[in-house]
Design a protein around this ligand. Structure first.
Ligand code: NDP
Length: 408
């Protein structure tokens, strides 16, 4: 029996809420808080209609440490789940520290004025969390999150040493719009329009956006163009996977998505700096977000599947070996269960499971941790139970293509 405070009533927050209610033998008291009370009210009704369960709701500005502290002191949760935006990571971490409450998030800190995300400022909380006897679990979504645990699981069960990891993220879903993003458009477009980066033999190598492309055959989806991007889980994995020589991240994009994005970029609509328009100041990418379909409304129209996984290559008992671990999630099944499409579903389910690991004492520790620092087994078992089953495959020839892919 535990009290949980979920902050952020968006697409992912909705899934976290459904999954906590489905596991209400553990999450017995739930409060959902967000910037706008209206977002929480809609989900409160949805939960009451579907499960006959009452949840508490609250309005909070998560950019204000004082407002967060007041809310946490009132609710007195055992854990705070930060499902708002990466911009709020530090304020929510600070409020959890001041109130000695466990913290969990799904994306690392990003400053609104700089399109750069890194763990430095969150890791800097480690000693203070340790002294306070509380835990911060960083990146408990799918990627980061489950992909980190797939790596930890491969390391524990399949390898003496992992040499290379390729994280492969495919959204094979179709929502029928010419252009829309599957999660918060501002965060999504900042991520994919940035330069690419991968890590090889101790150093980061930068590429132009979308410069390195390959075609991968994703099980249950088929062949898709996949582009090398920088993605945050690589920053912690290079610290925690022993013997690693190279790690890369690939995401699929269709031609229409890329053409729209290039055009929007060329006309300045992805800009993150304020511009003057008719006497008002606007940030172009925030205005674009207003125009684009709200990701939380895509669920009903999205068909198809996601496939996200890792290919790890290394040595076991002196022999080379390649393992592919992945999950396939069906957009329409996710929608039937939680009123959200698979991108929100694959993020929200692991956030609930991360909280479960902490509250049940399966993962213990004081300080700030990335998810792959814990035993992957109990979390992997929960994935199978909670709607995200995974597959492990031994690969042979497919790895040649990855290993020979042109690099800089
Ligand atoms: P949405 O934009 O749908 O939802 C964000 C929610 O945060 C909104 O409901 C918004 O509130 C709330 N919010 C924003 N600012 C504040 C604030 N200052 N105070 C209080 N609440 C605020 O985003 P998603 O649900 O798609 O994404 C949520 C998080 O999940 C993001 O951090 C995203 O990066 C992460 N993510 C992680 C993935 C992973 O695999 N690890 C994959 C996809 C997303 P309101 O509606 O009340 O205005």
């Amino acid at each position: 029996m535990a009290k949980v405070l979920i902050i952020g009533a968006g697409g992912v927050g909705r899934v976290v809420l459904h999954k906590c209610v489905q596991n209400r033998d553990l999450f017995s008291d739930i409060t959902l808080a967000s910037r706008r009370l209206a977002s929480c009210e809609a989900y409160k009704e949805e939960i009451k209609d579907r499960y006959g369960v009452e949840i508490d709701i609250a309005e909070v500005d998560a950019d204000s440490v004082e407002a967060l502290v007041a809310l946490i002191e009132k609710v007195k949760p055992d854990i705070v789940l930060n499902i708002a935006l990466p911009y709020q990571d530090l304020t929510i971490m600070e409020a959890c520290l001041r109130t000695k409450t466990h913290y969990l998030d799904t994306a690392n800190y990003e400053h609104p004025d700089t399109a750069k995300f890194e763990y430095k400022e969150q890791w800097a909380y480690h000693d203070r969390y340790k002294d306070a006897g509380i835990m911060a679990l960083l990146g408990s979504g799918f990627d980061p999150g489950v992909t980190n645990l797939f790596c930890a699981y491969a390391q524990k069960h399949y390898f003496d040493e992992i040499e290379t990891i390729d994280i492969l993220d495919c959204n094979g879903g179709d929502h029928g719009y010419p252009f829309a993003t599957n999660f918060n458009p501002e965060i999504n477009l900042r991520e994919v329009s940035a330069k690419g980066r991968y890590w090889k033999e101790g150093r980061w190598i930068e590429t132009e956006p979308m410069e390195i492309k390959m075609v991968w055959n994703y099980p249950e989806i088929g062949e898709r163009d996949s582009y090398l991007l920088y993605h945050e889980e690589m920053e912690s994995l290079v610290k925690h996977i022993k013997g690693l020589k190279r790690i890369r991240f690939f995401m699929t994009f269709g031609e229409s998505y890329l053409t729209h994005m290039k055009c929007l970029e060329n006309v300045g609509m992805l800009g993150i700096e304020e511009v003057e328009h008719d006497g008002c100041k606007i940030v172009p990418i925030q205005f674009l977000k207003t125009l684009l379909p709200d990701p939380s409304t895509l669920g009903a129209r999205t068909k198809g599947k996601t496939n996200i996984g890792i290919v790890a290559h290394g040595i076991k008992n002196g022999e080379p070996r390649t393992i592919y671990i992945y999950n396939v999630c069906d957009h329409q099944e996710a929608f039937r269960e939680t009123n959200s499409q698979a991108v929100s579903y694959t993020t929200g389910v692991p956030a609930m499971i991360g909280a479960k690991m902490i509250l049940e004492g399966k993962w213990k520790g004081s300080g700030v941790f990335n998810i792959e620092e814990f035993d992957p087994d109990p979390f992997m078992e929960e994935l199978n139970r909670q709607g995200l089953p995974w597959v492990v495959k031994e690969l042979e020839s497919e790895y040649n293509m990855l290993s020979q892919l042109e690099e800089r």
